[in-house]
Design a protein around this ligand. Structure first.
Ligand SMILES: *Cc1c(COP(=O)(O)O)cnc(C)c1O
Length: 363
């Protein structure tokens, strides 16, 4: 039995999975039409040459751009493609005339590789205070801090890689803009998953996770009225992948993005309710956090290698999840988690199987 009314439709649009795929936060499964739109274009490129083929598809490429732009509240011409979210962040930082050693404020859920990009550019990074034990940014505290000091920008992971907590980006943007501070949002885990029209100055994300587009396509968008001057230059990119992403987004738009977000939030709650307290594993997020990214803290005494072994064992029994190590969110602490991130086609039996597998893992 599917956990969502959309489950059957989402399942039917895809090839039959050969395992219980509960790992959309790593890479969602693309629909058949998404795969087709990529392979058809590769075929056209082989027939006519890549430039002619791209010109022939100008209309479809414009439609892809418009669909993605609508999800993130930008206009189509503000969008540039890169081959990953990380490459998109680099394009953003390279195109931004920041002062020497700029100051950036981040949440505790900041993605480790993003911190590495800041560090190698000599940025001074400061972690914002939390409003709760879940690492949610304290907007009141932020507003207070901004009265005394303004960083060069605030960078927020809308949803991090090791926690399903959704940061209050709209409120952060509001208080930051009142203080004249630009906000950049990493939407790698939020686009296609939760509402992503935030008013931020610049945003970036990736196709392959919740949008179930292809691996190898990332995007970045900067508002024309941004509180920062950022020039993201044109880059050669994967045109077939852009068409694939466009098809994936079109399918979300056809269902209705708000319906997709609401169903994913419901799936997150069902998953947390099903897994919490099984064999002394604890769900890390509030049960009703409005996301389908679920993290489980292992029983006391478990280290990263135990989690890796658990993940491998689950895979052997046909269940795909992630062992999320501390590098994904180094400011949040040194614990490792099991990350379970089902998409719309998750079935109750799959969650039961996961719960049983965890329970019998010998602890
Ligand atoms: C996956 C992820 C990224 C990086 O995306 P790539 O496309 O692999 O570069 C960035 N931020 C967060 C929060 C992520 O989960």
């Amino acid at each position: 039995m599917y956990c969502s009314e959309l489950g059957e439709q989402w399942h039917a649009a895809r090839v039959e999975p050969s395992l219980a795929h509960l790992d959309a936060a790593s890479a969602g499964r693309s629909s058949r039409s998404t795969v087709d739109s990529i392979t058809r274009h590769l075929q056209r490129e082989a027939e006519r040459g890549a430039y002619v083929a791209a010109d022939d598809q100008a209309e479809a490429l414009d439609a892809s751009r418009a669909a993605i732009a609508s999800l993130i509240g930008h206009s189509p011409e503000e969008l540039s493609y890169r081959d990953s979210a990380r490459a998109a962040l680099r394009a953003l930082l390279n195109g931004w005339a920041l002062p020497m050693s700029p100051i950036v404020w981040v949440g505790k859920n900041e993605f480790g590789p993003n911190l590495a990009e800041f560090e190698r550019r000599n940025f001074a990074v400061r972690a914002l205070p939390d409003a709760d034990v879940y690492g949610r940014i304290d907007v009141d505290a932020l507003e207070n801090m901004l009265q005394f000091e303004q960083p060069d920008f605030i960078h927020v992971c809308h949803i991090g890689s090791a926690s399903g907590v959704v940061q209050p980006v709209e409120q952060i943007v509001e208080v930051a803009h009142n203080a004249g501070v630009p906000v950049v949002v990493d939407m790698a885990q939020s686009v296609g998953h939760v509402p992503t029209v935030t008013g931020a100055d610049a945003v970036y994300g990736t196709a392959r996770k919740w949008l179930t587009g292809p691996r190898g396509v990332g995007f970045v968008a900067v508002r024309p009225d941004a509180l920062a001057h950022i020039d993201v230059f044109f880059s050669e990119s994967f045109i077939a992948g852009q068409l694939g992403l466009g098809q994936a987004v079109a399918e979300v738009v056809e269902i209705g993005p708000d319906r997709v977000y609401a169903e994913l939030a419901a799936i997150g709650r069902i998953t947390r309710e099903r897994l919490n307290g099984i064999g002394s594993w604890e769900v890390v997020e509030p049960v009703d956090e409005a996301s389908a990214l679920v993290t489980l803290a292992p029983p006391p005494g478990w280290g990263p290698s135990d989690l890796h072994a658990a993940k491998a064992k689950l895979l052997q029994s046909g269940i795909l999840v992630t062992a999320a190590e501390p590098w994904r969110a180094p400011l949040a602490g040194d614990r490792s988690f099991l990350r379970v991130s089902p998409h719309l086609d998750v079935r109750r039996e799959q969650l039961d199987d996961l719960a049983n597998a965890i329970r019998t893992m010998g602890y």
